[in-house]
Design a protein around this ligand. Structure first.
Ligand SMILES: [Zn+2]
Length: 278
């Protein structure tokens, strides 16, 4: 892949993390993140940096994968010759419609067959983003990586995503920037740029807790694993804020942690998030 394109993808990931952190935990290690962002921008040729900044003013996701010959930002079919250039990884290529910068990642994790939509996805609440099948009442794993892996394996087993190994790699890479573990035993590991369906999450519980965040003593008990297609970046922040609003309440945490079956978890989650995720 083009060197600058590669840097742009990293830059964008840091910008995503920055906006996420600003939403969730204001003042938390943002100075480090901001200086990494400045350094990456400083390493880019001026014209590419300017292009990126301009695109970012319009789109949360300015650098997006080409998926099955379409732009995953706006959805149009790309001319075959352009798709070929993107796949060859030479230079910076833009979508002729939305102008986003396009890239191709060999072996990138993908969603499968828009499962929720096919099965008549309801139009309200968390049911837009998950299902009973993606609830895991008891995570057997004792550490972070295995817990994330269990949630990814569940999503893959229920045929929502393919290539679980590459999903796990991308999730851990994201965790290495800033942990997604938050207060109240919550964690939100996730991967962006997973195309082929809508925003989808699985939810797992670890009642006695596990160490998700190595630098701190706190234990994580409620873990949402989320795959985010490029076009759903904004939804993701809304979903996250909704979950946090709900599970800030001790009563809500107790209710979800008391669930013993996927059915019970799913019903409880729907009820608890009725107001926060309409
Ligand atoms: Zn486009």
């Amino acid at each position: 892949m083009d060197r600058f394109l590669n840097q742009l993808i990293q830059l964008q990931e840091l910008n995503f993390v920055l906006s996420e952190q600003r939403t969730l935990v204001p003042k938390n290690r943002l100075a480090d993140l901001e200086s990494s962002i400045r350094a990456l921008i400083g390493n880019l040729p001026q014209d590419i940096a300017t292009l990126y900044r301009r695109l970012q003013e319009r789109h949360q996701a300015a650098v997006v994968p080409e998926a099955n010959g379409t732009c995953s930002g706006c959805g149009i079919s790309l001319p075959t010759s352009l798709a070929g250039e993107i796949r060859s990884g030479k230079g910076i290529q833009q979508c002729p419609n939305c102008r986003r910068i396009l890239y191709h990642l060999e072996g990138a994790p993908k969603q499968l067959r828009r499962r929720l939509e096919r099965t008549g996805r309801p139009r309200a609440g968390v049911a837009r983003f998950s299902s009973k099948e993606l609830m895991l009442p008891r995570i057997e794993a004792e550490d972070r990586d295995d817990a994330i892996s269990a949630l990814i394996q569940l999503m893959a087993a229920k045929e929502f995503v393919e290539n679980p190994e590459s999903l796990l790699g991308a999730t851990l890479q994201r965790e290495s920037i800033i942990s997604t573990a938050l207060e109240h035993g919550l964690a939100f590991p996730h991967v962006r740029g997973v195309e082929g369906g809508g925003l989808t999450f699985s939810l797992g519980l670890k009642k006695k807790g596990l160490k998700f965040d190595r630098s701190k003593g706190r234990l994580t008990r409620i873990i949402f694993f989320i795959v985010i297609p490029s076009a759903a970046s904004v939804f993701y922040l809304q979903l996250l804020s909704g979950f946090i609003e709900t599970f800030r309440q001790e009563r809500a945490r107790k209710e979800i942690l008391a669930c013993k079956t996927p059915e019970e978890m799913w019903t409880t989650l729907n009820t608890l998030t009725e107001k926060t995720i309409p």
